[in-house]
Ligand binder design. Structure first.
Ligand code: FES
Length: 146
């Protein structure tokens, strides 16, 4: 491959990656929950926080975000099914960058590691699953043990 072709190919690849990352980010609604109470070192979040109304339709989000005062990074709460939630600390287990959450995965902007909504590594270089918090529920709320 000639130098000119190589540079052209590298530039297109780079632009494509940036465009894909931008699209991924642009399509993912991110909702920080501010209506959070703390009871006995547990975050208490209403299940109804997953619902958003758009154009007269109620849509259930796949995840919501909270940022407790005493943590450096946010916590993503994924709704795995009707009664199962997973609370994950958004710090990459490779070198500690803040993860970018999306509906089906979390992506590390530093070196490209990816994690699924259960916090399991799906793409390296990270080798360890994300830190998760014990999560329980009742009919109305989700309780996250900090
Ligand atoms: S810090 Fe996340 S992949 Fe390196």
């Amino acid at each position: 491959m000639e130098r000119r072709d190589f540079i052209k190919s590298a530039c297109l690849t780079c632009a494509g990656s940036i465009g894909a990352a931008w699209l991924l980010q642009a399509c993912t609604p991110q909702k920080y929950i501010t209506n959070v109470t703390v009871k006995e070192s547990k975050l208490v979040i209403k299940k109804s926080e997953f619902a958003v109304v758009k154009k007269d339709k109620t849509i259930q989000q796949k995840f919501i975000l909270v940022k407790p005062e005493n943590t450096q990074f946010p916590i993503a709460i994924y709704k795995l099914n009707e009664n199962e939630y997973k609370a994950l600390y958004l710090q990459c287990t490779h070198q500690g960058c803040e993860l970018s959450p999306h509906e089906t995965m979390m992506v590390c902007p530093c070196h490209g590691a990816e994690f699924n909504p259960k916090g399991e590594v799906t793409t390296g270089p990270a080798e360890t699953n994300l830190k998760s918090f014990l999560t329980t529920t009742d009919n109305e709320n989700i309780y996250i043990q900090l």
